[in-house]
Ligand binder design. Structure first.
Ligand code: 5AD
Ligand code: SF4
Length: 466
């Protein structure tokens, strides 16, 4: 796909900036906003852009949704329960609005992009004032302007793949920041709706990414998290020979103290990337590598393009090159037709790899995906039983894997006061695991060196060295 097709023009971005200024001077504009976010980091970052645009329109953040003049739900549709929760909460707000009739309600994000959803909102959810899909995000100022001037509800969904550069961003943290490097996904794992709602894979210009990262460094950011559905295939379709490994190397040289990224696809995890990580100065020794299943037949039906052995080979290479690396994964249980023996392969893989953490999900059929038409749906009771066994196994293993940090030097980026003690602070170590050390509010946002000397209730305890 031609880049000019995907990049929103500078003129269009300027037009939207002017719309934001025009909303700012409208006397009847909403004065406060609240963004409710569901789903992944991508959505969390989109919410920061929504907040940035709303602030450019003169609105201030309201801590509670029921107090805001404009409430917007940024939705997820990866699993059915995320969708049900979002729709339930939107409907609840309709009741709240009876006491506050001037409140405006908006809904955006992946769920809106599902086939038939726009019609459903138009017919069944008449109380929603504004609904727009992921491709229309940058047009929020214009939509808000039209809504406030015309009074008609607006539903805008387009099936387009766009990249918009230069949106205002209201970041949730000052010390750590998300940086999107690519959008969309071309993998079409058979259970996954993401390629349908987030569109085709497209990568941001590396110079734009570097400029953003340098700006963040100047503003005092200590850690960046590079985001994409499949960061390992970054660069596809861009001019030159840029790869994710090369981008990472350039970012490593730019001096940002800590660099993380997610998500990686095992089939695209190159030796080049592992070597760059191993030789990096600022790339954190942690890796999120979703396996989804430990059984070859299920992996084939999932359209994952790797076998259990090939996955284990990647894990071995990572551990050889980066000893002690923090490893996490995603797993789906109850994929259509999954037998007890096939599930046992997932259990044995977990046992073999010894992850530091695992995100586990019960398979949820998504309309339009290939797996939704596959026979052999696993009954709820059986799927719940499997996920419980998996979680139990992982929790037991985690108690052991965490012990390897005891005695180790670590560095944490302090996120906040510890929940258990007023005299302690906690944050993530370089390997991605939470560590608690003595400290106070002044330490928040700084990097502290410590030596890990204990493990309590699944949290590592460290002794401060700085
Ligand atoms: N059902 C259950 N889990 C899913 N995931 C994606 N689609 C589905 C689905 N239909 C999980 C995968 C993915 C994570 C983000 O969500 O494990 O890695
Ligand atoms: Fe979904 Fe697979 Fe793409 Fe991940 S790689 S977003 S699971 S289709």
């Amino acid at each position: 796909m031609e880049r000019t097709e995907v990049l929103v023009s500078a003129e269009e971005m300027e037009r939207q900036r002017v719309f934001a200024e025009q909303v700012h001077v409208l006397p009847h504009r909403p004065k406060s906003y609240h963004v409710v976010t569901y789903g992944c980091q991508m959505n969390a970052h989109d919410s920061e852009k929504i907040a940035g645009m709303l602030e450019a329109m003169g609105m201030v953040s309201a801590p509670r949704r029921e107090d805001a003049d404009f409430v917007i739900f940024n939705t997820c549709c990866v699993r059915e329960n995320a969708e049900r929760r979002a729709l339930g909460n939107v409907t609840w707000l309709k009741e709240v609005r009876k006491e506050k009739p001037e409140m405006l309600i908006g809904v955006c994000g992946c769920m809106i992009q599902e086939p038939g959803m726009a019609e459903k909102i138009l017919k069944q959810y008449k109380f929603i004032d504004l609904a727009f899909g992921t491709a229309n995000l940058h047009k929020l100022p214009e939509m808000m302007y039209d809504l406030l001037n015309g009074g008609e509800r607006i539903v805008q969904v387009e099936d387009k793949d766009v990249i918009s550069e230069g949106l205002p961003i209201r970041r949730l943290r000052h010390d750590a920041a998300y940086v999107t490097i690519m959008y969309g996904c071309d993998n079409f794992c058979s259970y996954c709706i993401v390629p349908y709602v987030r569109g085709r894979e497209r990568s941001r210009d590396p110079e734009q990414i570097l400029r953003e990262a340098e700006g963040l460094l100047e503003s005092g950011v200590k850690e960046i998290m590079l985001l994409g559905q499949n960061v390992n295939s970054y660069g596809k379709g861009l001019p030159g020979d840029i790869t994710f490994a090369k981008l990472l190397k350039r970012l490593d040289d730019s001096g940002i103290p800590r660099i993380r990224f997610m998500t990686s696809h095992p089939k695209d995890l190159s030796d080049e990337l592992i070597d760059v990580m191993a030789g990096g100065k600022h790339i954190l020794p942690q890796f999120h590598l979703p396996v989804q299943s430990g059984n070859d037949e299920i992996l084939r039906k999932m359209n994952r393009h790797y076998t259990r052995e090939q996955y284990l080979d990647r894990v071995r290479r990572l551990r050889e090159a980066i000893p002690g690396i923090g490893l996490s994964t995603d797993i789906i249980v109850g994929f259509p037709g999954e037998t007890e023996e096939q599930f046992a392969d997932t259990m044995s893989l977990i046992d073999e790899v010894q992850y530091d953490s695992a995100f586990t999900f019960i398979y949820s059929p998504r309309t339009g995906t290939k797996a939704a038409g596959m026979p052999g749906m696993i009954p709820d009771e059986e799927a719940t039983n499997r996920i419980k066994r998996l979680i139990d196994l992982q929790e037991g293993l985690q108690q052991e894997t965490m012990k390897r940090f005891i005695g180790m030097e670590e560095e944490i980026l302090v996120e906040g006061l510890s929940r258990r003690s007023k005299l302690a602070v906690s944050g993530k170590g370089k390997h991605g695991i939470s560590i608690t050390v003595s400290g106070n509010a002044e330490d928040i946002g700084t990097i502290l060196r410590c030596r890990v000397n204990g493990l309590k209730n699944n949290t590592l305890i460290g002794e401060r060295e700085t």
